[in-house]
Design a protein around this ligand. Sequence first.
Ligand code: SF4
Length: 377
Amino acid sequence: MKLSGLEIFKYLPGAKKAAHTNCKECGCPTCMAFAIKLAQKQITHDRCKYMSEELKNLCLKNLKAPQKTVKIDGLKIGGENVLYRHEKKFINKTVFAVVVDCKAPDFKEKLKRIKNFEINRVNEKMKVDLVILKNAEKYELKNLCDETVYIEEKDFLKLSLKRIEDNNFKKTVDKLVTTRKKAIIERDERYCDPVYVYFKSTADKYNLCARAGYYLCKYANMLVFEDFDESLFATLMTLRQNIYTDPQKPLQVEAKIYEFNNPDENSLVFMTTNFALTFFAVANELENLKIPSYLVVTPAGGMSVLTAFSAEKFTSKMVAKTLKKFDLANKVKTRKIIIPGLLAPMKNELEKALPEFEIIVGTIEAYSIGEFVKKII
Ligand code: SF4
């Protein structure tokens, strides 16, 4: 059972004004501060030698993962230990699986489409995670090796996974939420198996996508589809990528000067922060423009341009320091730097800090860069 800070505090010396109250040996200024940190899993229970045996046992019980992890080759399913991502992070991405019946007349074509399907987003290559092969006895499994994992249906059905049918949206959601809450909050071992939702073949793709998206958010460990539809998978993979980022680790790229289409000393110079989503959006546009250019990526703790500007992680002083470090003035003859449109209020300030350069205010959205460049070259 998950304990709150107040509940933990009741078991500590501080609550009874006993010996060692607020002794600070755990590294916290008070027993209450320790209790709050322990509840938030920011500290381990063994840092306090004076807690009651009862609390120690509760903590040890809580250390056990509330949900099992099921492995199929390199794929991990389940193993979650929080209800909400912001509490810590989600561990294993919801697995996307497709059922292929090897007796179906079109099964080779379906396998080929699955094999060829791939999306690349924010530098992550995504493919179908798992293929469950029905009636596969005669089929040569060894011929299928690629990044997707294959399993025969008879082996899949032996795994410790709980199946929920997608036949009534409300009931399915209730089952998913109840199962996850029982496992995580109540630590009820009867609910510790990872859960998958099974989708039968349907022609209503929009409805299927909406339902699958909801189950992905709450709280399916795996989604198994009888149909394979590229647009459905691309949509769900994009959603999954956003949910399964670690909220404590900003998505960031290395701060440096990136080159596109073999730039020389006269090429255009763009600037942005090291927030990964912004970087890849701008980088994709610059690459596709087929015009040589540089992109100066400044260190900003992985924050987007506006957040970095507001949090003073993108100041004119910092930009000047970064450009000096990158030796931009000697690398290019160009004396113009294109900054994101959202940073227009910084233009004058940047020009003062970078007297060698003219600051050009670019576009707010990355997709407009192409049109913008046509106007300035
Ligand atoms: Fe309180 Fe234990 Fe920390 Fe001492 S070590 S302050 S008793 S929680």
